[in-house]
Design a protein around this ligand. Structure first.
Ligand code: ASP
Length: 472
């Protein structure tokens, strides 16, 4: 067994990915469709357990890492500059993603001549929740809703988190830190309670930032508080590593399911759309992210991509940038040398609002729709598509297929009828997973790129770690 653990994790996850594709395709080619699907659905449970386990650490990880990060910065003003640089970079990379998406849609014309007759229309709301809607929703929502309703999952997760917090408190007190601990634990539990019931990462980021800044202003409290939060975030990262040991099996199961249930036939039906999206994603990652790392930061981009392979593979198999977040944080801090102060703030924000792959995809699908139904586009439409695609990508949640259901907002730009929108969504939906996997990889890679860039600019990057050679 020890040989298994001796192999680097990314290699084991990669093995899971390759074997998963092979197994899924083999099942779909050799077994009867119903029996094959039933088998793959059974196997997929392993993948669902992996996702559920990793989701469990998202909230405590962001909470502890972000507060520890703010305290490590030592100066609230620095937060402002980091925030500004992060937002500018997020917007800038999204702009390039938009441009590449529109170029791909124009060059490959994926929508020409597609057969939409068999599509089962799906009606979606045109009132797509944008960024502002989400803020308003957060402010007007009762954060204790789910707890008060006694939702079993929330109560179980809440109980687990409280137990974890109590255990941590005991450990910290053993270490001789007492006075502020009670206050820290109280705020921690309070925030965790709020966050886990609303489960909105943006809100959690906000709460954690406020608590971090409050501690910064408490003279004398930053020492013990910082020790506590740093200790707690290290422990949660430790738990993330443990969960990642299931990743090779989880990835195998998820990919086998995708390959077996949405396999080769899928690919041929939307061949040009897949080509346009995948190529656009690769070009964006190589040119924009690779370019930023190599020419902007003068760092070896091979190390960058190698360092985040785990996160990319988890993103590919789960199609969820928020489920991947703990892995992204762990990769970026441990393999790329980004200090936790940056990783803990930039990455959770990115997982919520920075979705370059999604923006790129929405642009291509908009052109796909125009081509399939023969809508003619004026030059200004391209600008508007790019703008709305960027805004929608900001409001998209980091979960599977989230953006497809926000497509109506982008299509409104050139007055696509609700019937046509429903047909397009119905047509793409069965195949969307294949596209979703790739755009999620880009979403996650974009977050990592911005984290490295901001860290380098702020002097919070350990270049020795970034430049280290891979040991195997
Ligand atoms: N699945 C994507 C993500 O989690 C969001 C999308 O549907 O574009 O990043």
């Amino acid at each position: 067994m020890s040989w298994w653990f001796g192999v680097k994790l990314w290699k084991r996850v990669f093995l899971g990915l390759i074997l998963g594709v092979a197994f899924g395709l083999a099942v779909s080619q050799t077994m009867a469709p119903e029996a094959g699907e039933a088998l793959l659905n059974q196997i997929k449970i392993v993948g669902d357990i992996f996702i559920a386990a990793i989701r469990l650490v998202i909230i405590p990880l962001i909470f502890f890492t972000l507060i520890a990060g703010v305290l490590a910065l030592g100066d609230p003003k620095k937060l402002g500059t980091i925030g500004l640089k992060t937002l500018v970079l997020y917007l800038l990379t999204t702009f390039f993603a938009n441009t590449i998406g529109l170029a791909m849609g124009t060059i490959f014309r994926p929508g020409r001549g597609v057969e939409l007759g068999a599509a089962e229309p799906r009606v979606i709301s045109a009132e797509a929740g944008g960024f502002l809607d989400r803020i308003v929703g957060m402010a007007t929502k009762n954060p204790f809703e789910k707890i008060m309703a006694g939702e079993p999952m929330t109560l179980v997760i809440g109980a687990l988190l409280i137990l974890a917090a109590i255990w941590l408190t005991r450990r910290v007190e053993e270490g001789g830190v007492k006075r502020p601990v009670v206050a820290v634990i109280f705020t921690a539990l309070f925030a965790l309670g709020i966050a886990m019931s609303s489960m909105d990462i943006l809100f959690l980021i906000f709460v954690s930032l406020v608590i971090g800044v409050v501690f910064l202003f408490e003279p004398g409290d930053d020492g013990p508080a910082m020790r506590f939060f740093t200790y707690a975030s290290d422990k949660v990262l430790g738990v993330t590593h443990m969960i990642m040991e299931i990743a090779p099996f989880g990835v195998f199961a998820l990919i086998a399911w995708v390959a077996g249930t949405r396999g080769l036939e899928t690919f041929t039906a939307i061949f040009w759309l897949v080509i346009a999206v995948y190529l656009g994603c690769f070009i964006h990652m190589a040119l924009i992210y690779g370019g930023i790392v190599k020419f902007g930061l003068k760092l070896p981009f091979i190390n960058f991509f190698r360092g985040i392979l785990d996160a990319q593979m988890v993103a590919y198999s789960t199609s969820s940038s928020s489920a991947t977040l703990p892995v992204t944080i762990s990769n970026v801090t441990e393999n790329l040398g980004v200090k936790k102060s940056i990783a803990g703030s930039v990455l959770p924000l990115g997982a919520t609002i920075n979705m370059d792959g999604t923006a790129l995809y929405l642009g291509i699908v908009a052109l796909f729709t125009a081509q399939a139904f023969g809508y003619s586009l004026e030059p200004h439409h391209y600008g508007l598509i790019a703008l709305t695609a960027a805004l929608v990508s900001i409001g998209t949640a980091g979960i599977p297929s989230a953006s497809l259901f926000l497509l109506a907002t982008v299509l409104q730009v050139f007055d696509v009828t609700p019937e046509h929108t429903a047909i397009i969504v119905g047509f793409i939906f069965p195949f969307d997973r294949l596209l979703d996997m790739m755009r999620t990889v880009v979403n996650v890679t974009g977050d990592a790129t911005v984290a490295v860039t901001v860290a380098k600019w702020e002097g919070e990057l350990d270049e020795a770690v970034f430049r280290q050679k891979s040991s195997n």
